[in-house]
Design a protein around this ligand. Structure first.
Ligand code: PRX
Length: 631
C-alpha cells in the first residue's frame, strides 16, 4: 500500500453531513463495542415484535450464538404488515421495469395483497412452517413475492440464482430436499428469452424430491408442463383459496428464514442459514445507517435477488425501512449503455448500490452515456462484491456522483448477512478502502499464528465478536460451520472470513481478496470445486483444476486445466465443447475463459491440487514453497 493511498482522503460535503442519520461515528462505535448488547437491543427496539426477547445475546453454546432468543417476530410483519398501519400503506414499495420497457408498480398495500395471495397458494399446496421451498426465477416482482410469501407462513426459502443452470439447481434442490419449486417460464436478457422452465425440468428429473412446481408466466415461451406436478401461478391465484388476506405466522427470533447456498473452500456449496430476528435487526440497521435512508428515498440495489446482496438489500433491509425499491430485470447496457442512467433519471433514484464489475463495464463506454442524463437525484452511491479499484472508484465518484455523492464501499459476505466494514456518509473516504468496521464489530488482521499484524501489513481478516446478522450454521452440518469459520483463542471465539486484507495507520481496512478456493468472477462467488466437477462430468475428462486469473472487467476470469481420458484428443473443438458443457451444467457465469489440456496437475502428497502453483505458473511468478509437492 502506498503512502498516497493513506493520505488521499475525500471529505463529505456539508450538505451530506447536515442530513446524516449518524453524526458521530467514533462515539457511537465506542458505545457499540463497549455495550454491544445495549446497542443491538436499541436497534431491535425499532422493530415490531409479537413478544420481546428474553436475552439479547446467548453465548452459552458458542460459536452457535443466539440473538434475541425467546422473542417472537416475523420479518414480514416488519417488511410489510406494520407499514399498512401508517402512511406507508399507499407508498410505492416496488417499481419494476422489465428489459422490454414494461413497468409494474406495487404500493405497500399492493405488495401485501400479492404476498398474501402467494402465501395462500403455497398453503394450498401443503407448504407449512419449516418446509424449504426452492425458488429459481428471473428478476421479476414474483421472485420477491415468493420469498416474502414463504417467510410470511414460516416456510424457509432457498433461492437459486436465475443465472445458474441444471446441475447447480439440482444439487441445491437435493441438499434442501425441497418438495416445492417455484420458477418461471423464462426471463429476458439482451432481447432474448432465457428458457428457465426447461432447465428447471432437467433439474427436477435429477432431483426426485420435487412434487409441486409453481410456474410464473413471464414471457411467450412454449414450455413443457407435467400435468400432475406443474401449475401456473395465475391459475392458482384464480382459485377461491388464493385470497389477498393471510395471517402472518408468529415465528421465533431464531427460526430459520432462508437458506442461501454459497461456495466454500472445498466440496459442495454450503447452505448458509439465516434467521427471522437477528437478520431483520441487522439488515435494517446497516441499511438505515450506512445509506442514511430517508422516508422519501428511492433505493436501487442493482444486484440479483438470487444472491445475498439482493436478499438483504433489495428485499429485507429496504422494505423493513419502508423505502421505495427499484427492480430492473435486464442488462445494464441493453439496448444501449445509457440504460441504467435512463432509469436513474426516469425514476429519480436517490441511492444506487452496485458492483465494481458493473461500474467498470459501464465506464468503458465513456462519459458521454451518463452525461446524456440528469443524475442530480443521486445522493449516495454504493459498491459491493469485490475490491473496487481506485480508477473505477474515481470514475463512479466523478462522473456518476458528480463529486457530490459519497461512495459507500461495503465489505461483507453471504455468511455475515449484512455490512461488516463500510463507511457512513460522513466518513472521510479513501478510494479502494471499505474504511472502518460497522457498529458492534471489532475487526483485526492477523498472521498465520493469529497475532495481529502491523499497520500496512497483509494478513487474514478476523471478526472478533458475534453480530445479529451472522449465519447460524451450515444447513445440516454444524460441524462444518464451526470448522470452516471459527477458532478459539483462549476463551474467545473468532470468525475467519477467508479474505486477506491490510489495515493502514489510519485504521482503514483494505480488502485484498479471497485466500481460499473461492473465485470472484464479476462479483459472483463460485467455487473451484463446482467448476471442476462440472468438467469431470463430461465423458472425455479424467481430472480438472480451475483457477482465477486477473481480468480487467470481471476482476477474475476462470482458467481451467484438464487431463483427458486415455485416447481422447485435446483440440480446440473439444476445448470449446468443454467450455459450453460447464456453461450448461453450472450457468453462463461459470463458463471458463480457457481450457488447457495437460498431462498432469501439481498435487500435494495427499492428492490435493495445488492451485496456487498453477496460478503462479500462469502469471510467471515464483511458485513458492514446493516442499509438499508430490514427485
Ligand atoms: O472476498 C470478499 C468479497 O466477496 C466475498 C463474499 O462474497 P459473497 O458471499 O458472494 O457476498 C458478496 C456480497 C456481499 C468476500 O469474502 N467482497 C464483498 N464485498 C467486498 C468484497 N471484497 C472487497 N470489497 C468489498 N466491498
Amino acid at each position: 500500500m502506498s503512502d498516497s493511498n493513506q493520505s488521499e482522503f475525500i471529505y463529505p460535503s456539508q450538505a451530506v453531513i447536515d442530513q446524516a442519520n449518524v453524526s458521530d461515528y467514533e462515539a457511537l462505535y465506542n458505545y457499540s463495542v463497549t455495550d454491544r448488547e445495549g446497542f443491538w437491543a436499541e436497534q431491535a427496539d425499532t422493530l415490531s415484535w409479537y413478544k420481546k426477547w428474553d436475552s439479547v445475546l446467548d453465548e452459552s453454546n458458542a460459536p452457535f450464538y443466539k440473538w434475541f432468543d425467546g422473542g417472537s417476530i416475523n420479518i414480514v410483519d416488519n417488511a410489510i404488515d406494520r407499514h399498512l398501519k401508517n402512511a406507508n400503506r399507499n407508498k410505492m414499495a416496488i417499481i419494476w421495469e422489465g428489459e422490454n420497457g414494461q413497468v409494474r408498480n406495487f404500493s405497500y398495500n399492493g405488495l401485501n395483497r400479492e404476498v398474501c395471495q402467494f402465501a395462500n397458494v403455497l398453503k394450498s399446496m401443503g407448504v407449512v412452517k419449516g418446509d424449504i421451498v426452492t425458488i429459481y426465477m428471473p428478476q421479476i416482482p414474483e421472485l420477491v413475492f415468493a420469498m416474502l410469501a414463504c417467510a410470511k407462513i414460516g416456510a424457509i426459502h432457498s433461492v437459486v440464482y436465475g443465472g445458474f443452470s441444471t446441475e447447480a439447481l439440482a444439487s441445491r434442490i437435493d441438499d434442501a430436499h425441497s418438495r416445492v419449486l417455484i420458477t418461471a417460464d423464462g426471463g429476458w436478457r439482451r432481447g432474448k428469452q432465457i428458457d428457465l422452465k426447461s432447465i428447471a425440468n432437467d433439474a427436477m428429473s435429477r432431483s426426485p424430491s420435487v412434487e409441486v412446481c409453481i410456474c410464473v408466466k413471464n414471457n411467450e415461451l412454449d414450455v413443457e408442463m407435467e400435468p400432475s406436478r406443474d401449475f401456473w401461478l395465475h391459475d392458482l391465484k384464480a382459485l377461491p383459496i388464493a385470497s389477498p388476506k393471510c395471517e402472518t405466522e408468529q415465528t421465533s427470533s431464531e427460526d430459520p428464514l432462508f437458506i442461501l447456498y454459497t461456495s466454500g473452500t472445498t466440496g459442495s456449496p454450503k447452505g448458509m442459514v439465516h434467521t427471522h430476528g437477528g437478520y431483520a435487526v441487522y439488515t435494517s440497521t446497516t441499511h438505515r445507517m450506512a445509506f442514511d435512508i430517508k422516508p422519501e428515498d428511492r433505493w436501487w440495489c442493482a444486484a440479483d435477488p438470487g444472491w445475498i446482496t439482493g436478499h438483504s438489500y433489495i428485499v429485507y433491509g429496504p422494505l423493513i425501512n419502508g423505502a421505495t425499491i427499484m427492480l430492473y430485470e435486464g442488462a445494464p447496457n441493453y439496448p444501449y449503455p445509457n440504460r441504467w442512467w435512463q432509469i436513474v433519471e426516469k425514476y429519480g433514484i436517490n441511492i444506487l448500490y452496485t458492483s465494481p464489475t458493473a461500474i467498470r463495464g459501464l465506464m468503458r463506454f465513456g462519459e458521454r452515456w451518463p452525461q446524456k442524463h440528469d443524475l442530480t437525484s443521486l445522493r449516495l452511491l454504493g459498491s459491493v462484491g469485490e475490491p473496487i479499484n481506485p480508477e473505477a472508484w474515481k470514475w463512479y465518484h466523478k462522473v456518476i456522483g458528480q463529486e457530490r455523492c459519497p461512495i459507500i464501499d461495503t465489505w461483507w459476505q453471504t455468511e455475515t448477512g449484512g455490512f461488516m466494514i463500510c463507511p457512513l456518509p460522513i466518513t472521510p473516504l479513501k478510494p479502494g478502502s471499505a474504511t472502518k468496521p460497522f457498529f458492534g464489530n471489532e475487526i483485526t488482521i492477523v498472521d498465520d499464528d493469529g497475532e495481529e499484524v502491523g499497520a500496512g501489513e497483509e494478513g487474514k481478516l478476523i471478526i472478533n465478536n458475534p453480530w445479529p446478522g451472522m449465519a447460524r450454521t451450515v444447513f445440516k452440518d454444524d460441524q462444518r460451520y464451526q470448522d470452516l469459520y471459527w477458532s478459539k483463542v483462549g476463551d474467545k471465539w473468532r470468525y475467519l472470513a477467508g479474505d486477506s486484507a491490510k489495515k493502514d495507520s489510519d485504521g482503514y481496512i483494505w480488502v485484498i481478496g479471497r485466500m481460499d478456493e473461492v473465485l470472484k468472477v464479476s462479483g459472483y462467488r463460485l467455487g473451484t470445486a463446482e467448476i471442476e466437477s462440472a468438467l469431470i462430468s463430461h465423458p472425455a475428462v479424467n481430472e480438472a483444476a480451475a483457477i482465477g486469473l486477473p481480468h480487467e472487467l470481471k476482476g477474475n476470469a476462470i482458467h481451467t486445466y484438464v487431463i483427458l481420458k486415455q485416447g481422447m484428443v485435446g483440440d480446440q473443438k473439444l476445448a470449446a465443447e468443454l467450455r459450453a458443457h460447464v456453461g450448461h451444467e453450472m450457468g453462463k457465469i461459470a463458463t471458463p475463459e480457457s481450457v488447457e489440456f495437460v498431462e498432469s496437475l501439481p498435487k500435494t502428497r495427499s492428492g490435493k491440487i495445488m492451485r496456487r502453483v498453477l496460478k503462479a505458473r500462469a502469471l510467471g511468478q515464483d511458485e513458492g514453497d514446493l516442499s509438499t509437492l508430490e514427485e
